[in-house]
Write a protein that binds this ligand. Structure first.
Ligand code: SAM
Ligand code: SF4
Length: 323
């Protein structure tokens, strides 16, 4: 079992399959993708990687990016990961640009849960934040995914001062009749967005106060649940969640590891450096070496991030690390 020096266990892998993205979210890739779109793990490398993790107790994988769906072989990746013995749950995070036409196929290929990022329920605001005009399509894809029958459909919304924080009541209203968890993510500081962070960061306390005032109650977390604390309310079919990395105790329940699209193991979203796993992904015979490398690397995981000391690690933006 993957366990760190503080007794935390890691049954959840967040796997980036590309750092390319077709959106230009202001806080992530404001100028669009500027990297070199080469060198990403092949389907075979991904298969070997996930098999190694699964043999060490990983039961849940989330495919992310960049925008994971820009990979032409994305469905193949889904099938390969889902077919790995031990993987019980396959989730993905997407900006939703291609979900309307692929939701059924994704479901059939084995995706259990979908997170769709949507930062505004207003078309113009959405375009301002993401640089993309496909609001109507992304918005429609939420209902398409519900109809397709995924085990969970969740929304990710980054709260941004002066841009979408006035929409808080609208977001709450949106989940009144829909069985969806809408999770507010506190804007995180990365290497490339420092000025933006200063200007737009909204503390998660704003959401927490509203939840308290309106009688929302926290619901229990499962062992492979992500970082969101989710709240329920008797008058709402859906839930509201909060991902607040700056809140005390955020790291205590850490249960996830990340691998970048180029095969680097990252122990923390806000950490530094990565362990290159590529040498162990070229042959099935190297599985034991891969596992030994993972177990050793994990001993280097720190007890928490250092955001409060102003150290947000070496992540330029979340598309790079896999958000
Ligand atoms: N492109 C996909 C998407 O947007 O859903 C997957 C990758 S994206 C990096 C994953 C999530 O990270 C999105 O919900 C996005 O809004 C969020 N994100 C990106 N940069 C962030 C930042 N600096 N602070 C907080 N959340 C961020
Ligand atoms: Fe792309 Fe997701 Fe980053 Fe937006 S948040 S630029 S959709 S990777």
């Amino acid at each position: 079992m993957l366990e760190d020096g503080f007794g935390r266990r890691f049954a959840y892998l967040r796997l980036s399959v590309t750092d390319v993205c077709n959106f230009r979210c202001e806080y992530c890739l404001p100028n669009g993708y500027q990297g070199k779109p080469t060198g990403f793990m092949s389907v075979d490398e991904i298969r070997r990687l996930v098999a190694g993790f699964a043999e060490l107790g990983t039961t849940k994988v989330r495919l992310t990016g960049g925008e994971p769906m820009v990979r032409k072989d994305f469905m193949e990746i889904v099938r390969v990961v889902r077919a790995t013995p031990g993987i019980e749950r396959l989730a993905m995070t997407t900006n939703g640009y291609k979900l309307c036409e692929t939701a059924d196929e994704l479901k059939a290929a084995g995706v259990d849960a979908i997170n769709i990022s949507i930062d505004s329920l207003e078309s113009e605001r959405f375009e301002e934040i993401t640089g993309d005009r496909r609001f109507a399509k992304v918005f429609e894809s939420i209902d398409t995914c519900l109809e397709a029958g995924f085990g969970a459909v969740k929304l990710n919304t980054v709260l941004l001062k002066g841009l979408n924080d006035h929409e808080l009541p609208g977001f709450f209203e949106y989940v009144r009749s829909r069985p969806i968890a809408l999770r507010f993510i506190e804007l995180m500081q990365t290497g490339d967005n420092q000025a933006y962070f200063e200007k737009r960061h909204v503390s998660g306390d704003v959401v927490r106060r509203k939840l308290d005032d309106e009688g929302w109650k926290p619901v229990d977390r499962g062992p492979v649940d992500g970082p969101a604390v989710e709240y329920g309310h008797p008058d709402h079919a859906g839930r509201i969640g909060l991902i607040a990395p700056y809140a005390p105790g955020f790291c205590d329940t850490c249960n996830r590891l990340r691998v970048t699209a180029r095969g680097g193991l990252r122990l923390c979203l806000f950490g530094r450096g990565s362990q290159n796993l590529r040498p162990f992904l070229q042959r099935d015979e190297d599985r034991e070496q891969l596992k030994a490398c993972l177990l050793t690397a994990l001993l280097g995981k720190k007890v928490s991030h250092f955001l409060h000391q102003g150290d947000f690690g070496d992540t330029p933006h979340l598309a790079y690390t896999g958000g």
